[in-house]
Design a protein around this ligand. Structure first.
Ligand SMILES: [Zn+2]
Length: 532
């Protein structure tokens, strides 16, 4: 059924490209086209009316500050909000306790909205204060801003749902969380398990300091995340060290080997590691040690060859130390490639919505934080970023496992302006703005753009057809998606469990109570902005 409809769309798209004549035969309803501008204005006005609703979701998730795979309170809260608003939600999907899928509506198009929900280790920070002052010393926090994207998507979905109900527009809305994005932990599994098999278009949203959308392959990398574990032989390190075989020696030799190899890799690669287990105490030869690598490159063949080099070095380190090595994939992300026609449509909506109007206080916080970090004191972005063609030679950079989704179904990422430019990323400073008016205004602006683009997809079937024709005829003409995870790999849901168990009791005292306070700043007694 779906394929018939999509083939028809594709056929019409091809005809529309090859000759001007068949455009008249395109399945667009003139009535629908006439409704579109007014419905977009209505959705934007409704998003404005929901500002408190959006703000409370942003503040609540900020206060949970949960790490990847442990987003228990976060998911419980979001599922509650979605059910209250008429969505059907399946929880604990694909063997991931904090993953869920919310749906509403019926028929085509199927519009899928995703956004990440996890935090950053040691990024606990009092919002609105422009220096390092953790709420709970050593605890995780939203040092990236993943507390805001679900508010963007859910607000937009509710606004559009009301319009769909009244106008009797066919279509299905699907919402889902990017669980453990910082670990590149779940989206490849969502793809493998079929979350997107009936999807027409994915509109992903992600926090940024800019209002921006891109198409093609931008700067940024794909990666594979793999943990090497060495097994040795314990012994008394003083009495009989010759009877021991040190797993920690193997980890150190592996790291030394990788760091020598690094000189002879392409300049596009980025790789980094942490030692996750290094033994217990010096007088026991470590029989168990682990090192966790991220291998980043620009495309699948290069990522795969880094993995093979890593595996070879690990085996060599095991041979040198007479230990045994095993490894497992903890996460993976394809490089991101975004859809041109949908990006172009979204870019028009960004121009229409424009940037939030920043207050003097917003700018003071931004400049105070930039000063604190010795970054350029340029304040906040004030213009929507122009849609540009992708870079001719992409450079390496960050990753997001939305890459895997983007090679499965036409996908774009809406970047909305909820944060301050010039920050280090994955840092307490990136949390400072994330429960302040700055983040709230950015989320509202993002929700408007998201809602308007959803209306484009609902009322302009030719846009869905064009998205698929770009996906099929341009993006995937030569490059086919090969997952970096295998059929036997499983989501690494045990990660971060101990860290959250350690910090959650102290963090709980700071959860946002929306029944008693209007904002999280009010609850914490922070005067906005607080700068040196
Ligand atoms: Zn992110």
């Amino acid at each position: 059924m779906r394929h018939d409809r999509r083939s028809l769309f594709r056929l019409l798209a091809v005809l529309a490209v090859s000759t001007a004549v068949p455009v008249a035969a395109a399945p667009r309803s003139p009535a629908a086209d006439r409704r579109l501008p007014a419905l977009k204005r209505e959705a934007a006005a409704d998003v404005d009316r929901m500002q408190v609703f959006t703000q409370q979701m942003v503040d609540t998730l900020f206060s949970f500050g949960e790490l990847g795979f442990q987003e228990v309170e976060t998911s419980r809260h979001l599922v509650g909000v979605l059910r209250e608003n008429g969505f059907q939600v399946k929880e604990g999907v694909y063997g991931i306790p904090t993953a869920w899928v919310a749906t509403w509506g019926s028929g085509r198009p199927v519009i899928s909205l995703g956004s990440d929900i996890d935090g950053i280790p040691k990024a606990s920070q009092k919002p609105g204060v422009a220096w390092h002052t953790p709420l709970v010393e050593g605890a995780p926090g939203h040092g990236e801003g993943h507390n805001s994207g679900q508010a963007v998507n859910i607000t937009a979905a509710i606004a559009v749902k009301k319009i769909m109900e009244r106008e009797r527009l066919p279509g299905t809305l699907v919402l889902w969380p990017g669980v453990a994005e910082e670990l590149l932990g779940t989206k490849a599994y969502f793809v493998r398990e079929g979350l997107f098999k009936d999807t027409d278009v994915v509109l992903f949203s992600h926090v940024d300091s800019e209002m921006k959308v891109t198409w093609g392959q931008g700067d940024g990398s794909g990666l594979v995340s793999v943990e090497y574990t060495f097994h040795g032989e314990p012994a008394h390190a003083g009495v009989a060290p010759w009877r021991g075989r040190s797993a920690l020696d193997a980890v150190e030799l592996m790291d030394a080997g990788w760091n020598f190899r690094r000189e002879h890799l392409r300049t596009e690669q980025r790789s980094h590691y942490v030692i996750t287990r290094g033994g217990d105490q010096p007088n026991v030869v470590p029989s168990l040690a682990s090192v966790w690598y991220y291998f980043r490159e620009l495309d699948y063949p290069h990522i795969h060859s880094l993995l093979e080099a890593g595996n070879a070095i690990a085996k060599a380190a095991a041979a040198m130390t007479e230990t045994i090595v095993e490894w497992r994939i903890l996460g993976a992300a394809w490089p991101q490639h975004f859809n041109r026609p949908v990006a172009e449509a979204m870019s028009e909506n960004m121009k229409a919505v424009g940037m939030p109007s920043w207050s003097e206080a917003d700018q003071t916080l931004a400049k105070g934080l930039q000063r604190e970090l010795k970054a350029a004191e340029k304040g906040l972005e004030t213009a929507v970023t122009k849609l540009e063609p992708p870079p001719a030679e992409p450079k390496g950079g960050g990753s997001d496992d939305i890459g895997d989704v983007s090679w499965t179904v036409p996908t774009i990422t809406l970047l909305y302006p909820s944060n301050i430019p010039g920050l280090p990323g994955h840092h307490w400073a990136n949390a400072v703005a994330m429960a302040t008016p700055l983040a709230h205004k950015g989320a509202t602006a993002g929700a408007k753009v998201q809602a308007m683009t959803m209306l484009d997809l609902l009322l302009r079937p030719e846009l869905v057809a064009q998205a698929w024709s770009y996906f099929r005829d341009v993006q995937t003409r030569e490059t086919k998606y090969t997952p970096l995870i295998g059929p036997q790999d499983v989501p690494a849901t045990w990660l971060n469990r101990e860290t959250m168990e350690r910090y959650r009791p102290d963090m709980r005292k700071y959860y946002f109570d929306a029944t008693r306070y209007k904002t999280y700043l009010e609850q914490l007694g922070v005067s906005y902005p607080t700068v040196r």
